[in-house]
Design a protein around this ligand. Structure first.
Ligand code: GDP
Ligand code: IMO
Ligand code: MG
Length: 423
C-alpha cells in the first residue's frame, strides 16, 4: 500500500495541521517525520482551536494511529503539556499514540544552548523558536544524542548527566550569558520523562513496514516548510532538519518507491516568521492587511509573521524538490477585498531576469517581477462548493496551476475543518 506525504511549501505555517485533520478519515496511520516543538499545527472544529507541537494532527479522530517518527525531536516537557491539554478534552490518546525509540530527546540544556547561540549572533540571529531544535539535531549528527529508546536502559541518567555537563561547559563558552536554574529545569524534565515513559515506544520503521504489508494507509505529516529545509532552504535562516519529501524517508524509514502522492500546501500569499530573506515581503498597508485579516501570529511563539505576495519562483522550486503531485491552497479568504493581486513570476537577479531560486536570494541580489491579477470582493468563508467561487478566484487558481504544472485539489476558505473545498 502506498504512503502519501503532506508538506509545507513555503516558510511554514501554511495550514498543514488543518489539512492533516481533514484528511485523517482516509488513513490508518498519521506519522510525523521531522522537526519538533518548533512546529505549531493548528486545528479547528466544533468551535474549538487546538495547537499541536509534536503530536501528529490526526489525534482527534477515533481510529487513526498517530506515530511520532524517528526523525522527530521530542521535548518531554512540551510533550507533557500537549498530553495534559488532550486530557482536558477527555481524549483517550494512549491507544493511538506511538513513539519511535529512535526519536531524539531535547534536553533542558539544548534549549539554553539555543538561546545562547542566538544571543551571541546579535543582529544575525536566525530567529529560532528557542525550543532547542538546532542543538538537539547537532547532538544527533554528532552522535552524542539521547534517544527515546535509551529511557528504557538503566544507565540513561548517567548518560544524561554527562551530556548536560558538556552542554554547561558549551553554554559558558558563549559570550552571551543566559541566566538559568538547571536544577529547577531538571525537576520539570524528569517529571515529564516519567509521563513519556508510560506511553508506547516502538521500533517504528518495522511497525510501518508491517503496516504497509498489511495494506494500511499512511499519511506522513511534515513540519516547517520547504524553504526552511536544512539543505534546500534559505540557509542559514532555516531549521535543522530536512523538511522536504526525502525527510519522510529518513524520518520514518519509508522507502522512496513506496511514496505515491505528495500533497504540497501553500498559502495564497506568503508569510515568514523569524529572520532571513523574503523577496516578496511587503512593508505597506497590503502586508499589514494580510497579517491582520489572516491573523498572522506564530502558533508556537506568538510572534507576528512577516507577510507578502505569493512567490511562484520559490513555490515552483518547492514543487520540484518535493515532487508535488497535488497542491492545496490555503487562506484564499484572506485575499478577499484586494482590488489587485500580485504574483511574483520571475526575479531580477544581477541585471538578468531569472525564473529559478538562485543561491543568493538576499534582497540586494533579487528584485521580484510581478504579474498583476484582478482580485475578488466576495467573502469566501461561507462557501462550500467550488461552483460558488468568484470568477477572479478561479482565474487566480488556474493561473497558478498552469505556472506550477500541478493541480490544486483543495482550496481552504477558513480555519475550520468544514471550510475546505475539494476541486
Ligand atoms: P501549520 O503550522 O502549517 O499547521 O499552520 P499554523 O497552524 O501554524 O498556521 C495556520 C493558521 O491559519 C492557523 O491559525 C489556522 O487556523 C489558520 N488557517 C488554516 N487554513 C486557513 C484558511 O483557509 N483561512 C484562514 N483564514 N485561516 C486558516
Ligand atoms: P510549522 O510546522 C514557521 C522558523 C523559525 C526560525 C527558523 C529556525 O508550524 O510550520 P528553529 O526553532 O527551527 O531553530 O527555527 O525556522 N520555524 C518555523 N516557522 N513554522 C514553523 O513550523 C517553524 N519552525 C521553525 O521561526 O526562523
Ligand atoms: Mg505552524
Amino acid at each position: 500500500m502506498a504512503v502519501n506525504l503532506l508538506l509545507g511549501l513555503q516558510w511554514g505555517d501554511e495550514g498543514k495541521g488543518k489539512i492533516v485533520d481533514v484528511l485523517t478519515k482516509d488513513y490508518d496511520i498519521i506519522a510525523r517525520f521531522q522537526g519538533g516543538p518548533n512546529a505549531g499545527h493548528t486545528l479547528e472544529f466544533d468551535g474549538i482551536k487546538h495547537v499541536l507541537h509534536t503530536i501528529p494532527s490526526g489525534i482527534f479522530h477515533d481510529k487513526a494511529i498517530n506515530l511520532v517518527g524517528n526523525g522527530v525531536v521530542i521535548d518531554p516537557v512540551i510533550f507533557k503539556k500537549e498530553l495534559d491539554n488532550l486530557d482536558k478534552f477527555n481524549l483517550d490518546y494512549r491507544s493511538k499514540l506511538l513513539i519511535s525509540r529512535k526519536a531524539h530527546l531535547i534536553l533542558p540544556t539544548h534549549r539554553i544552548l539555543d538561546a545562547a547561540s542566538e544571543a551571541s549572533k546579535g543582529k544575525a540571529k536566525i530567529g529560532s523558536t528557542l525550543k532547542g531544535i538546532g542543538p538537539t539535531y547537532m547532538d544527533k549528527t554528532g552522535r552524542n544524542g539521547i534517544r527515546v529508546g535509551d529511557l528504557e536502559l538503566s544507565d540513561w541518567k548517567e548518560r544524561y548527566r554527562a551530556l548536560a555537563n558538556k552542554h554547561e561547559a558549551m553554554i559558558d563558552f558563549y559570550d552571551a550569558k543566559i541566566e538559568y536554574d538547571l536544577e529547577e529545569l531538571e525537576v520539570e524534565f524528569f517529571e515529564a520523562v516519567k509521563l513519556l515513559k508510560t506511553l508506547t515506544f516502538i521500533d517504528s520503521e518495522e511497525y510501518l513496514h508491517q503496516a504497509q504489508k498489511d495494506g494500511k494507509t499512511i499519511l506522513a505529516e511534515g513540519a516547517q516548510g520547504s524553504l526552511l529545509d536544512i539543505d534546500f532552504g534559505t540557509y542559514p535562516f532555516v531549521t535543522s532538519s530536512n523538511t522536504t519529501a526525502a525527510g519522510a524517508c529518513t524520518g520514518l524509514g519509508i522507502a522512496p518507491n513506496k511514496i505515491k502522492d505528495v500533497f504540497g500546501i501553500f498559502k495564497a500569499y506568503t508569510t515568514r516568521v523569524g529572520s532571513g530573506p523574503f523577496p516578496t515581503e511587503l512593508f505597506d498597508e497590503d502586508g499589514e492587511t494580510m497579517g491582520r485579516v489572516g491573523n498572522e501570529f506564530g502558533a508556537t511563539t506568538g510572534r507576528a509573521r512577516r507577510c507578502g505576495w505569493l512567490d511562484l519562483v520559490a513555490l515552483k522550486y518547492a514543487v520540484h524538490v518535493n515532487g508535488v503531485t497535488q497542491l492545496m491552497m490555503m487562506k484564499g479568504d484572506v485575499l478577499s477585498g484586494f482590488k489587485t493581486l500580485k504574483v511574483c513570476t520571475a526575479y531580477k537577479y544581477k541585471g538578468e531576469t531569472i525564473n529559478h531560486l538562485p543561491y543568493n536570494v538576499e534582497p540586494e541580489n533579487v528584485t521580484p517581477i510581478y504579474t498583476e491579477m484582478k482580485g475578488w470582493s466576495e467573502d469566501l468563508t461561507k462557501m462550500n462548493d467550488k461552483a460558488q467561487f468568484p470568477k477572479e478566484l478561479n482565474e487566480y487558481i488556474e493561473f497558478l496551476e498552469k505556472e506550477l504544472e500541478t493541480p490544486i485539489t483543495i482550496v481552504s476558505v477558513g480555519p475550520d475543518r468544514t471550510q475546505t473545498i475539494h476541486r
